[in-house]
Design a protein around this ligand. Structure first.
Ligand code: B12
Ligand code: SF4
Length: 620
């Protein structure tokens, strides 16, 4: 059947590389979470999910272009779709409007829909008459229902949220391309807290729109681990996974009954106040739901006093107790609030760093059009006539909106300094992960609870693969203080997990050689960052339409639209290695079975095989 709908992200690279870091905005490792960690800065990639959520729930067959280059989009749009839907963030408004002009020219009969946070911005800044020449509709809210109504499909059809393409992170000098080892699922949208700076709460009218039942979510996590070899974590996207304890506990219970159980590790976003409602034993209960890592909005030390109830509660306790249970954290901090002065902003940053977040996101306050914050600033005359869309991002200059007590360049400098200080104080995030994994291993065993044994095992295995970077961290950490703490971490590893096996030692030595080579290269080139990050590739997905997909089947096929011989070579090599390691693993297990070896021997062979298979996520 001929596809009727074309969905697309903005054409690349317009609006994707405008930030202070000059990295793709899609690189959440360098840009957001582990910036300025020298050799240990991770680089990340996640796919755009809006179209996966929408298209698998439409009866109409759909084509989705992810990160198309201009020529890809023009060619596809010229085919004349009934509906063309474009997703955009604020920083991509200009690119998206250019795309609309091109569609109007080449396929005048197509109806154009704009959706995502950029559409919220457009609704705020342009009158309906100004929007009409570009788009027929703005989707401000949940997109499945919107598209079903637009296409005349029943809105009551069942929902499926499955088979999202995975993402991942990498150290590029260790593995140039990103393996797909982080599974992804979307459980809900929106948030009821109503913080004045937040687009999400505005977009979904202060509601949490639940897309999956706890049981469906557990099944999807199980499917990911079964079907996507090498999965290390599953990211569950929703604004605050702790907000409804009943939902998360029902999920935890369902997960524990699946074949993967608590050997699954989940990355979730969450809020401090929401954790408080979990009452006594709250941190234990959260760990028993399979949570392995969480993104927490710290916002500011002063946030609870400044009208942000989401931050009420003892935040230091939250970080400490989560870390104790093996749950790693990403602390998100914002500067440039009206209540920030040059004096207290330093105190605020020091507070954030003192929490020792495993990773962090340090950003400027960005008044996104459509939010209450933006409206207040506009009333105060602080929004310029010509809002600079491309600067509207966490790391942009706020579109030219004036900060009360700062110039925007001062805030940039503060953010850069904050990332550096964090590295100089605590060392690489990778090693902070290792420390928390060791905590988790000890904690899970110390409870004596058999349900937590698979979780202890998960911590052990993760610690074993992270341990390969320890010698590099010991040698190349930023200063003597951190190097000493890395040595202490190495001793602790031996105490808790045991001496690294010969296989681990060999691999760690290889990693160290690579790190030394990269360090030398950077010294010669006089740069302190890895700059040659490959751009995200252009992909065309085809969704057959919900009626043509059997339950459990992957609802899409995909193809890359650009040639990348270097990538293909790397992928082939990587995937061959992956199969070889899987075979070694199986052979080791068979050998183990046939020879009935003693415990310590078995441990050595299994350990080696597991360490190898940690590199086993496929690259498509
Ligand atoms: C995953 C994620 C990322 C990933 C992937 C981003 C991507 N391009 O998809 C990465 C890490 C790369 C990322 C980067 C950024 N992100 Co981000 N990200 C998220 C996160 C955690 C989940 C988003 C998600 O996929 N949700 C699930 C999907 C299905 O929801 P959705 O996109 O909203 O789509 C639904 C509707 O909005 C609607 N819809 C959306 N698009 C369209 C299009 C059409 C045609 C239709 C009909 C409907 C429709 O239908 C969908 C189903 O209902 C959210 C926070 C959160 N928990 O939601 C922040 C969030 C979306 N990110 C945010 C920001 C600011 C950014 C950056 C600009 C940060 C920066 N660098 O400055 C960049 C921009 C990246 C870019 N331009 O591509 C903000 C947006 C805030 C705002 N007010 O604008 C959020 C809300 C975080 C926050 N609370 O501040 N992000
Ligand atoms: S708690 Fe987070 S997601 Fe919810 S409104 Fe506040 S900032 Fe937005």
């Amino acid at each position: 059947m001929k596809p009727r709908v074309l969905l697309s992200s903005p054409w690349y690279p317009d609006g994707y590389r405008t930030q202070a870091w000059d990295n793709p905005v899609t690189d959440f490792g360098d840009l957001q979470f582990t910036g300025h960690q020298d050799l240990f800065t991770l680089h990340g990639h996640m796919h755009e999910l809006f179209a996966h959520v929408i298209a698998q729930n439409l009866r109409a067959p759909t084509v989705y272009l992810e990160y198309p280059r201009k020529e890809h989009f023009l060619e596809e749009a010229s085919r004349g779709y009934e509906v063309v839907g474009i997703h955009l963030f604020y920083n991509q408004v200009e690119a998206a409007l250019d795309m609309c002009r091109a569609v109007r020219q080449r396929a005048p009969a197509s109806k154009i829909v704009l959706g995502g946070y950029g559409a919220l911005g457009i609704a705020e800044m342009m009158s309906p008459d100004e929007v009409k020449p570009f788009a027929d509709h703005l989707c401000l809210g949940e997109g499945i229902t919107f598209m079903r109504k637009l296409l005349g499909e029943p809105v009551s059809d069942p929902l499926a949220i499955s088979h999202m393409p995975p993402g991942g992170m990498t150290l590029p000098w260790h593995r140039k391309y990103i393996a797909e080892d982080v599974g992804v699922v979307v459980a809900s949208l929106g948030c009821p807290y109503g913080c004045d700076f937040c687009g999400t709460t505005k977009m979904f009218n202060r509601r949490r729109v639940v897309l999956l039942t706890p049981e469906q979510l557990a099944k999807e996590v199980e499917r990911i681990y079964e079907e996507q070899p090498g999965t290390q974590l599953v990211a569950v996207y929703e604004e605050d996974s702790f907000i409804d304890p009943e939902y998360l506990e029902a999920f935890g219970e369902a997960l524990r009954k699946t074949s993967i159980g608590l050997a699954a590790g989940l990355w979730v976003l969450g809020g401090v106040r929401s954790i408080q409602q979990w009452g006594d034993k709250r941190f234990d209960r959260i760990a028993r739901c399979g949570i392995a890592s969480t993104f927490l909005g710290v916002e500011s030390k002063f946030a609870p006093l400044e009208g942000y109830p989401k931050r009420e509660g003892n935040i230091r306790e939250v970080f400490e107790e989560l870390h104790k249970r093996g749950i790693t954290t990403t602390g998100a901090w914002v500067c440039g609030w009206d209540f920030h002065t040059r004096a207290n902003v330093e105190e605020d940053l020091a507070f954030l760093l003192s929490l020792k977040p495993t990773m962090h996101q340090l950003t400027t306050l960005c008044p996104f059009p459509g939010t209450d914050l933006f409206r207040r600033l506009r009333n105060e005359g602080r929004v310029p006539e010509n809002l600079r869309w491309q600067d509207l991002s966490f790391f942009g200059a706020g579109g030219g909106v004036r900060y009360k007590n700062f110039e925007s360049h001062e805030l940039f400098e503060l953010i850069h300094r904050g990332y550096r200080q964090s590295y100089e104080l605590w060392g690489p995030s990778l090693m902070r992960f290792l420390e928390v994994e060791l905590n988790g291993y000890e904690w899970a065993l110390s409870t004596g609870d058999p349900v937590l044994r698979p979780r202890a095992e998960l911590h052990r295995r993760t610690a074993m693969s992270l341990c390969l970077f320890l010698p590099s961290a010991v040698e190349l950490a930023p200063n003597g203080f951190v190097r000493r703490s890395m040595r202490e971490l190495a001793s602790r590893y031996e105490r808790v997990i045991g001496r690294p096996t010969s296989m681990q030692q060999m691999m760690a030595t290889m990693v160290l050689q690579l790190a030394r080579r990269e360090r030398k290269k950077r010294l010669e080139l006089g740069r302190d960052r890895y700059v040659a990050i490959p751009d995200p590739r252009a992909i065309r997905y085809r969704f057959a339409g919900s009626a043509n997909v059997r339950p459990g089947e992957r609802p899409w096929t995909s193809e890359h639209l650009d040639a990348a011989p270097d990538y293909d070579r790397f992928r082939r090599r990587h995937n061959v290695t992956r199969h070889v390691t899987a075979a070694v693993n199986q052979a080791a297990r068979l050998y183990d079975h046939l020879t009935r070896r003693s415990e310590p021997e078995r441990e050595v062979v299994d350990t080696a095989a597991e360490v190898l298979s940690a590199f086993a996520a496929p690259i498509r």
